[in-house]
Write a protein that binds this ligand. Sequence first.
Ligand SMILES: Cc1ncc(COP(=O)(O)O)c(C=O)c1O
Length: 440
Amino acid sequence: MDRRKFLGTAALAAGSAQAAPQLAVEGGTPVRSKPLRADYWGPQYYDEKERQQLNDVLETGRPFRWYGRGSEPPMKVATFEKEFAAWMRTRYALGVTSGTAALHTAMAALQIGPGDEVILPAWTWHSCYDAVVHAGALPVFAEIDESFNLDPSDIERRITPQTKVIMAVHLQGNPADLDRILPIARKHKLKLLEDCAQSVGGSYKGRPLGSIGDIGIYSLQLNKTITAGEGGAVVTNDPVIFERAARYHDLGGLRDLHEKVVGKPQLDWFAGTNFRMNEFSGGVLLAQLRKLEEIVSSVRASARRVYDGVRDLPGIKFRQLPDPAGELGSGVFMEFRSKQQCEKFMAAMRAEGVPVSRPGGSVILPTLPYIVNKVTVHPAWPSFTSARGRAIQYGAAACPRTIDILSRFAGPSLDPKYTRRETDDIVAAIRKVYPAIARA
Ligand SMILES: Cc1ncc(COP(=O)(O)O)c(C=O)c1O
């Protein structure tokens, strides 16, 4: 045996001879005495830049985006839109009041209404379902896969002659498998809406999320990558889709600035609503947008350290990542054989001072009573009065795979401000707990 092989074998023998450390849940010393806590991302980056933006608006007394004191229109939201479009590499961007408002705007921009159907994942946020119902259209759920996103192999059987849109939601920082979803949309002449609310700043094969489908939406609420507390945005490369979005968000009219952006208007007034972003939000979001690159690289680096620190553990299986380089890295999720095994892992990690959780930030929508019972603000809501709307059945039977997958994954949330010591603790806790739980 040569010296290198001998040393390797000796190290292996020493390793296996070492007793496994006693888990904290069984009375051992925890990895951390003070539990690790992830924080909201955007506010950790608030500094003079955001303060300056807010002061500008206060001192000039110009909180409304279209006009105010002075002869020139205020420019915070306008500049945010310009820089957001540049960041997302799209022709157009529109600032709105929330991600939910962005979804409503997207439905209007794609001309979705009564009689139409929209396919969306069974695990996502209420707003996705609400926007479809408020448009008077019918939400049709498809299963998720181990990426926690729309399962491309479950989409086609949900398509009917009424289907108009596939809503690909990039959930919890992970891009959906667009290489498989986009061709399905194109084959059936459906629009692809990318909901990037939970993945602002993520990318897919080098392209910013939201820029690949026909329209993209973002949330800029507190739990998202950058924030003004509330806020949202819509992006597209299509001038008519943009014009309809801009009109819808502002009572059906088109202001000078957006008219300049679209060139020659192609639509007339219609009944819209008011989802206009104000200048305080626009200023804060502009300051935050200029830090987006920094926040994303930092959280990605934290996630990478965790993946790299544990990927050699025998049997370990992570959430499916259709593009690992594009993932935001908001969590590192591991798969377990059963719900019980997953629960044991969570309890043992908590005892180590490194809390982990099941995939979060979304709900298994088809199981919620208001959805099962198709409750709407008016009993004659068009979504559910058509033959299809009356016949469609929601409930747990609509998404058994989604329920199973989400019960068997857990992992730590990551924070862009975690120190190396903190990510090392996450790695140490997983290395201590995972083998013991996986073996049992
Ligand atoms: C996937 C998804 N879409 C849309 C939204 C709505 O965003 P907002 O809270 O800004 O209205 C959220 C919010 O969490 C979300 O997670």
